[in-house]
Design a protein around this ligand. Structure first.
Ligand SMILES: Nc1ncnc2c1ncn2[C@@H]1O[C@H](COP(=O)(O)OP(=O)(O)O)[C@@H](O)[C@H]1O
Ligand SMILES: [Mg+2]
Length: 253
C-alpha cells in the first residue's frame, strides 16, 4: 500500500513546529510535554442533570496512541469535548501539554487549542466551502501559503479516496465521504494531539482500516492520538485501551 502522503519528510518546517514555538513563548517553557492530556478527578454534568462523568482520572502520555470504548451514551463524546476545550468540567483538573487549563490565560488557551486536531461525530464541515477548502482551512489559518499547501491537500484527499471530489460541497457527499474529509482536515496540519470521535462509523471495513492506519502513522510521527469507538473490532490487539462505563474511566488494555 502506498505510504501516507503528508507524512513524507519535507524540506520546509511543518506548520505545527512554528506553532510550538509560539506556544512555548506563551507558556514560558520550551520543555516537551510529558502528558498531552491529563484529567484528575474530573466530573461533568450538563445543566442540572446527573453527573455523566464522575471522578475521571486518566492521562495520555505525549506520543501515545489510545482507544476509548464504552456503550453509546456512556459519555465518550463528552469526555472528548472536555479535552478540546469545548466544555469545562464541573469539577476536577484538566491539563493539556502540562498546562492547567483552569489557570491558562485566553491567549495560552487559544495556543493550546491550535495544537489539537478533532474529528467530530457530526463531521462539522463548513457547508459553503468545497472539500478542498475545508481540508486546507487549518493550513490557511496557520499562515501557510496556498502554493505550498495545495499539493499536500490534493495528495491527502487522493489518499483517502476523495481526489475526484475536491470541488464538491459537503452537502453533496455521502456520510463516508464526509467522514474522510473530516479526518483529512483534522490531520493536515499535523496536530500534536488528535482526538477522533467514532472516526470510522460511516465507512466500510476496508476504508475503516485505512483510516486507522492513517491515524497510526500520525502517531508514529509524534502525534498523540485518542480514538473513541463503541466498536471493539476496530481496536488492534495490545492497544492502550480505556473503557468508559457508569461515568468512570478504567484502563482495560
Ligand atoms: N449537550 C448536551 N446536553 C445535555 N445532555 C447531553 C448533551 N450531550 C450529551 N448529553 C448526554 O450525556 C450522556 C453522554 O453522551 P455522549 O457523551 O454523547 O456519549 P457517547 O459519545 O458515549 O455516546 C448521554 O446521556 C447524553 O444524552
Ligand atoms: Mg459519541
Amino acid at each position: 500500500m502506498s505510504s501516507v502522503p503528508i507524512l513524507k519528510p519535507k524540506s520546509r518546517p511543518a506548520p505545527h513546529q512554528d506553532r510550538s514555538r509560539s506556544f512555548a513563548a506563551l507558556s514560558g517553557s520550551s520543555a516537551p510535554a510529558v502528558f498531552a492530556a491529563k484529567l484528575e478527578n474530573v466530573s461533568l454534568r450538563y445543566g442540572r442533570g446527573e453527573e455523566i462523568l464522575r471522578d475521571v482520572n486518566f492521562a495520555l502520555p505525549a506520543g501515545s496512541m489510545s482507544f476509548l470504548t464504552g456503550p453509546s451514551g456512556a459519555g465518550k463524546s463528552s469526555l472528548m469535548r472536555l479535552m478540546y476545550m469545548a466544555l469545562a468540567p464541573s469539577r476536577g483538573l484538566i491539563s493539556l501539554f502540562d498546562q492547567d487549563l483552569a489557570v491558562a490565560a485566553p491567549p495560552l488557551q487559544r495556543a493550546i487549542r491550535r495544537r489539537i486536531g478533532v474529528v467530530l461525530q457530526d463531521f462539522s464541515l463548513i457547508e459553503h466551502l468545497s472539500v478542498f477548502e475545508n481540508v486546507a482551512l487549518p493550513l490557511r489559518v496557520s499562515g501557510t501559503a496556498r502554493s505550498v499547501y495545495t499539493p499536500d491537500v490534493i495528495e491527502l484527499l487522493d489518499w483517502v479516496g476523495l481526489g475526484h471530489r475536491l470541488h464538491a460541497r459537503p452537502a453533496t457527499l455521502s456520510g463516508g465521504e464526509k467522514q474522510r474529509a473530516a479526518i483529512a482536515r483534522a490531520v493536515i496540519a499535523k496536530p500534536d494531539l488528535l482526538l477522533a470521535d467514532e472516526p470510522t462509523g460511516n465507512v466500510d471495513p476496508a476504508m475503516g482500516a485505512r483510516l486507522i492506519r492513517l491515524l497510526t502513522e500520525m502517531n508514529r510521527m509524534g502525534t498523540t492520538v485518542l480514538i473513541a469507538t463503541h466498536d471493539h473490532d476496530l481496536i488492534p490487539g495490545g492497544a492502550r485501551t480505556f473503557s468508559l462505563k457508569s461515568g468512570h474511566v478504567e484502563q482495560i488494555g
